[in-house]
Structures are given as structure tokens and as C-alpha cells.
Unconditional design. Structure first.
Lengths: 261, 68
């Protein structure tokens, strides 16, 4: 197999992590790469969309107002009210911002010409998870007081005393390490894997199309078709991840607000 | 063609979360089928369980790339 590849020119180079290190647009700065611009673009697009949707708000909503309100009411009712409970209105702005920001940035992964999910650079999910981390701890400390909150985390009530030897380290690690880490890594890894998956099929199809063997040329449309199919699958994953990060943030806040853990 | 065994290992480790995800959604579907009005209660729970099971698969994916 390797002999064959050597004879027919350079073999297929599978996409790797290096494909995510995009070159800088201006100069050599790490602050002017494509993901940075995509994040700015997403903020502008979200602002324009929701300002336009809510500017001429009427009792009978038009198409634009309806679509804006649909996203908002989804976050408010299905995530905010259902998870957090009666105090949910305070957190809806944050949850809504988080949801729409992540959603738009994720969907950029399959928008033609943009085609890069900014969240596949781990720095962006880290920042979002830090926001979520500080907010749910702040809420918990403010609601229950620092001592009681930390005691609730470290010593879960209603557990035999001997179990605390095992449970306390796990609970502390869960609240201060695992939660923010999984929150960010889940989003990052999903976007990373999804983008890599699309790269494999599209660059693979391109390689097969330019291969000298006729057999490879004939098979290449299947690779492209798979790429298109996977794009739709990615759209689903992208929406799902935006939902999940918001859902988990709401669950953490709800957990911090609850008196008993 | 050459690669790393990491990815084979990742493929094997993804079996666990795959089964877990299947079981979670099977339970969710049968729950909703038996009691359709429970959908809104079950949905966050199902997705939470899915997210937790999936996190394991994704850790494997990250490690498969990180550990050379």
C-alpha cells in the first residue's frame, strides 16, 4: 500500500490538528486570526438580528419578531424556567447571551466561506466556562453564605460520616475542576471533531478526484456526498451543543441556588 | 500509510459512551412513548445524561490527539 502511494506521487495527507492553526490575517499577531474575526462577526450579527427583531415589537409579531422571540422564549421557558425555577428571570440574560453566542459561532462551522467554528479553538470555550463557573459560585455564595455553601459542597447532607473520606475529595473536584473543564472541553471537542470530520471527507474527496486512478475518481463523489451529509449532522450537533452548554450552566446555577445539595 | 495506535485505542474507548448514549435515549424514548406529557420533564434529564456520557468519549478524543 505504501509502495503504491509512493509511486503515484505524494500520498493523502490526512487533516490534523495543524489545520486548526490558521495563519494571521494582518501581520503576525495571534489576535488577528480567522476565529477572532468570526467571534467579532458573530457578536455583530447577533446584535443586528435581535435589535431588528425587537425594534418594532407589536402585539401581532411579524416574521422577524417571531423568530427572535422564538429563540428567546426557548431559552427563557425551556431552559431558564424549567431548570432554575422561580428565580430564573435574573439569569435569562446571561443564558440567552450564552446560547445565541455559542449557537452562531458553532453554526459558522458550516456556513459557506466562513466554515470555521471558533469554538474549535479551546480558548473561547474556556472563557465561556469561566463565566459560568464564577457566576454559579457567586450565586451560591451570595444565596447561602460562603461557609454554608462550601460546607454544602464538601459535606453532602444525609450521608454516613465514613463515606466523607471518599466523597469530599470527589465533590470538591467536581465543583471546582471537573465542571468548568467538562463544560469547556465538551464544546471544544465537539466542534473540533466535527470540523475534522468534515475536513476528512472534503479533502479526501478532493484528493481522490485528482488521483490518477479512474477507480478513485469514480469513488470521490461518495466522499463529497458523505461530506454534505455530515454537514447536516454537524448542524444538529452544533445546535445541540449550544443547548447543552446553556442547559448545564442553568443546572449549575440551579444547584447553587438550591438550599440542599 | 502510517498512523498512531492512539486512534485505535480511542475507537475502542468510544464503545462505552456509545452504548451509554444509546441506553439513555432508549430510556428517554420509551419514557415519552409511555407518557407523552412527561417529555418536558424528561428532556433535560436525557440531555444531561447524554452530555455526561459523551464527555467521556470526548476526553478520549482529546487525549488521542494530545498523547503522541
Amino acid at each position: 500500500m505504501s509502495q503504491l502511494a509512493v509511486e503515484s506521487g505524494p500520498g493523502f495527507v490526512p487533516p490534523s490538528t495543524a489545520d486548526f492553526n490558521l495563519p494571521s490575517v494582518f501581520g503576525n499577531s495571534v489576535y488577528s486570526t480567522k476565529p477572532v474575526f468570526l467571534v467579532f462577526l458573530s457578536v455583530i450579527l447577533i446584535s443586528i438580528f435581535f435589535i431588528a427583531a425587537s425594534r418594532k415589537a407589536s402585539v401581532v409579531p411579524g416574521k422577524l419578531q417571531f423568530s427572535g422571540e422564538m429563540v428567546y422564549s426557548f431559552v427563557r421557558n425551556n431552559i431558564g424556567e424549567e431548570i432554575i425555577g422561580h428565580e430564573f428571570m435574573r439569569f435569562v440574560p446571561f443564558l440567552f447571551t450564552l446560547f445565541s453566542f455559542v449557537l452562531v459561532n458553532n453554526v459558522f462551522g458550516i456556513v459557506p466561506f466562513l466554515q470555521f467554528p471558533a469554538m474549535s479553538h479551546v480558548a473561547f470555550p474556556y472563557v465561556l466556562a469561566l463565566f459560568s463557573f464564577f457566576i454559579f459560585h457567586y450565586v451560591g455564595v451570595k444565596k447561602q453564605g460562603l461557609g454554608k455553601y462550601l460546607k454544602g459542597i464538601a459535606f453532602m447532607p444525609g450521608v454516613p460520616k465514613a463515606v466523607y473520606i471518599l466523597l469530599t475529595p470527589i465533590e470538591i473536584a467536581t465543583f471546582f475542576l471537573v465542571r468548568p473543564l467538562t463544560l469547556s472541553l465538551r464544546l471544544f471537542a465537539n466542534m473540533f471533531a466535527g470540523h475534522l470530520l468534515l475536513l476528512v471527507f472534503i479533502t479526501g474527496g478532493d484528493y481522490m478526484l485528482h488521483d490518477s486512478h479512474l477507480f478513485m475518481k469514480i469513488l470521490s463523489p461518495f466522499s463529497f456526498a458523505m461530506g454534505i451529509g455530515m454537514s447536516f449532522f454537524e448542524l444538529m450537533v452544533q445546535c445541540l451543543q449550544a443547548y447543552i452548554i446553556t442547559l448545564l450552566t442553568a443546572l449549575f446555577i440551579a444547584g447553587a441556588l438550591a438550599d440542599e445539595h | 500509510m502510517h498512523g498512531t495506535l492512539n486512534l485505535v485505542g480511542y475507537g475502542l474507548s468510544a464503545i462505552g459512551p456509545a452504548i451509554a448514549t444509546g441506553m439513555i435515549f432508549a430510556a428517554y424514548i420509551s419514557g415519552v412513548a409511555r407518557q407523552p406529557e412527561a417529555r418536558s420533564v424528561l428532556q433535560p434529564i436525557a440531555f444531561l445524561g447524554f452530555a455526561l456520557a459523551e464527555a467521556l468519549a470526548l476526553f478520549g478524543l482529546v487525549l488521542a490527539f494530545v498523547l503522541k
